[in-house]
Design a binder for this molecule. Structure first.
Ligand code: ATP
Length: 254
């Protein structure tokens, strides 16, 4: 059974079908690409999958649970994590605090303990901090734990966003153009990082990216959208040579 099962998903904005009749599956442990020309509906699809938008039609099922109609916070707690096209960090908080927020999915007992400053609160705080530092170490950001997020170089802010999303321990991580605005050196580092995430966390990743060499290098399968419709699906090699895909991109540039 697929981990994420998307059936005939559609989102209309007035007369515009931003996502139309999309059916796709993600399996545990896969690294899958989502590409398509500007305005193809990629971000809208992520917004549907993470509950930001309600589908006009179709169903989204995670591990047997239907996600339609659930709030984004509920969907996040069920195991869908994401980053955004434009960085959304708490810029005036430190690097460590940003990760602690990701980790801070407290249960009711912990909230009570923290309110009354019970011993469990301190133990939990210490443990969370240790876990946060551990995560930052994996991503080479532990040296900047006390730096304000806004003072990190751009590439590292993007990296921190990924760490924060991973801190919620998602089953599936959606990355929306993680290489946007990066220089070639930063993009090369990101490529390594995405590989590392897959190895160390053994999670499923779906990646929207305009940088074709990055997509072709790291993904195992690719879905291609144009005008909201899936026009192709296959291995990087199949997609690279797919006539329909080449046409879509050439048309987009003309
Ligand atoms: N909230 C909205 N209201 C109306 N139209 C929208 C809304 N969000 C997206 N659209 C439209 O839906 C279409 C798909 O947009 P979307 O941002 O999903 O594309 P994309 O593939 O992510 O593009 P890009 O690669 O440029 O980020 C576009 O025509 C866009 O203008």
């Amino acid at each position: 059974m697929a981990l994420l099962d998307v059936k005939k998903l559609t989102k209309n904005f007035g007369g515009l079908t931003a996502v139309g009749d999309v059916t796709m599956e993600l399996h545990a442990g896969e690294l899958v690409g989502l590409i398509g020309p500007n305005g193809a509906g990629k971000t809208t699809l992520f917004n549907l999958l993470t509950g930001v938008y309600e589908p006009s039609q179709g169903t989204i099922t995670l591990d047997g649970t239907v996600l339609n109609g659930k709030a984004p916070s509920k969907i996040a707690s069920l195991g869908l994590g994401r980053t955004f096209q434009n960085i959304r960090l708490f810029k005036n908080m430190t690097v460590l605090e940003n990760v602690l927020i990701g980790l801070g999915n407290h249960g009711k007992a912990e909230v009570l303990a923290s309110f009354f400053r019970l011993p469990a609160f301190y133990k939990n705080e210490e443990e969370l901090k240790e876990r946060a530092i551990e995560l930052l170490k994996i991503f080479d950001l532990d040296g900047d734990a006390d730096t304000l997020a806004k003072n990190l170089p751009y590439g590292q802010q993007r990296r921190l966003e990924i760490v924060r999303a991973l801190a919620t321990e998602p089953k599936i991580l959606f990355l929306d153009e993680p290489a946007a605005g990066m220089n070639p050196q930063e993009t090369a580092e990101l490529t390594q990082l995405i590989r590392k995430i897959k190895e160390e966390f053994n999670i499923t990743i779906m990646l929207i990216e305009h940088d074709m060499s990055l997509v072709m290098e790291v993904t195992e399968r690719i879905y291609v959208l144009e005008y909201g419709r899936l026009i192709a699906h296959g291995t990087p090699e199949e997609i690279r040579t797919n006539k329909r895909v080449i046409e879509a991109y050439l048309g987009g540039e003309a």
